[in-house]
Design a protein around this ligand. Structure first.
Ligand code: NAD
Ligand code: DAU
Length: 353
């Protein structure tokens, strides 16, 4: 048996592939276009491991996806590949529509053709698991209950709109064609291999370089943070036991305001890598807000717990400590991802704020 993972060189995908192969011997075919966010270095520990087959390619390439399905006959597709950064979607939404909508459509059509030709046990066991986000539900009022799977879709950014569109395609391919799909909607992840355009790794990398720590607006926006390996275990649980056609929220029961995250990261760095120039919080800089910035996300993950017994293993305190320590232990990884393209992005997003 084999699974086909898309986007397995990105942040969550690479954690998923590493965890998957640490837990069993079922091979992974990993299709990734290696955009700025994809990094084979994340998978360096798998070099020479025959259980991991890396394919450099685009999920919009139907012929390639058809060929991979025919050649490897995976029992499941686990679909991570996406453009994932909200700020980039504001500067350039086209890539988000292409990969997140057209790419998901291409995969669904290829999976439908492949699954349609399967027989017996192979056909009934096949799954298409679509990895999505809590951002499709929109923004919560301060006292509103957390998002359940029944919450209406109200995406507010080009990123979340493109993910919402992909969720709808997945749903329709089940409803209309019977494709055995599963969808997961997860809250904000953090952990190793997180690209430093996103808040937590950006804070760590900037603080260590003595650069400003940019806080959008008043910093009182709330996110619900989950350690990435807990997200991966949630996806494995849904793949193994999720009911076909259902969606499952995955979250850490860990709502925090951005400014509190900033203070915690600074305090950990003060403890683990004190700076002679003073506490890292001196670098906090409030900058212009993100246009259309969602104020609050919170995930109600009780369905996943009730049906499949999943709970996160990490608390925020344990997960953030591991994360900060990982960045301190991997200066080469950090240096490598800070390429010219990364510096260009920093100037696009922050220079005029
Ligand atoms: P990421 O940006 O770190 O990685 C995306 C990966 O997809 C990269 O390896 C990239 O090379 C690859 N990719 C992009 N376009 C591609 C294409 N056209 N064909 C093939 N590969 C392509 O993203 P991430 O943070 O790891 O997120 C993975 C998935 O999880 C996404 O679908 C995202 O929407 C979802 N998600 C992310 C979070 C989070 O906090 N990061 C939370 C919930 C859901
Ligand atoms: O909720 C799940 C989503 O979480 C995923 O679907 C996305 O792929 C992922 O990128 C993440 O989206 P966010 O926009 O919440 O993540 P980001 O790390 O970009 O920002 C987290 C919060 O911090 C958000 O309120 C914006 C704020 N922020 C971000 C950056 C990069 C700042 O204040 N300053 C910054 O420089």
């Amino acid at each position: 048996m084999t699974i086909l993972v898309t986007g397995g060189a990105g942040f969550i995908g690479s954690n998923f592939v590493l965890d998957w192969l640490a837990q069993g011997d079922e091979p992974v075919v990993n299709l990734d276009a290696l955009t700025y966010a994809g990094n084979l270095r994340n998978l360096a520990s798998l070099q020479g491991d025959a259980r991991h087959v890396f394919v450099h390619g685009d999920i919009c390439d139907r012929a390639l996806v058809d060929q991979l399905l025919a050649q490897h006959r995976p029992r499941a597709v686990v679909h991570f590949a996406a453009e994932s950064h909200v700020d980039r979607s504001i500067h350039g939404p086209g890539a988000f529509v292409r990969t997140n909508v057209e790419g998901t459509f291409t995969l669904l059509e290829a999976a439908r053709a492949h699954w349609g030709a399967l027989q017996g046990e192979e056909k009934s066991a096949f799954r298409f698991l679509h990895v999505s986000t809590d951002e499709v539900y929109g923004s919560l009022a301060p006292d509103a209950p957390a998002f359940t799977e029944e919450h209406p879709y109200e995406p507010n950014s080009p990123y979340s709109a493109s993910k919402a569109a992909s969720d709808h395609l997945v749903r329709a391919w089940h409803h209309t064609y019977g494709l055995p799909v599963l969808t997961t909607n997860c809250s904000n992840n953090y952990g190793p291999f997180h690209f430093p355009e996103k808040l937590i790794p950006l804070l760590i990398v900037n603080a260590l370089a003595g650069k400003p720590l940019p806080v959008y607006g008043d910093g009182r926006q709330i996110r619900d943070w989950l350690y990435v390996r807990d997200h991966c275990s949630g996806i494995r649980a849904v793949l193994a036991g999720g009911r076909v056609g259902q969606t499952y929220n995955i979250g850490g029961w860990n709502e925090q305001a951005n400014i509190d995250i900033v203070q915690k990261v600074c305090a950990l760095l003060d403890e683990l890598r004190p700076d002679a120039a003073g506490p890292y919080a001196r670098l906090v800089t409030h900058v212009a807000d993100r246009p259309g910035h969602d104020r609050r996300y919170a995930i109600d993950a009780r369905k996943l717990e009730r049906e499949l017994g999943w709970r996160p293993a990490e608390t925020f305190d344990s997960g953030i400590r591991k994360t900060v320590q990982w960045y301190l232990d991997h200066p080469d990884w950090v240096a490598e991802v800070q390429s010219g393209a990364y510096r260009e992005w920093l100037s696009t997003n922050y220079a005029a704020r």
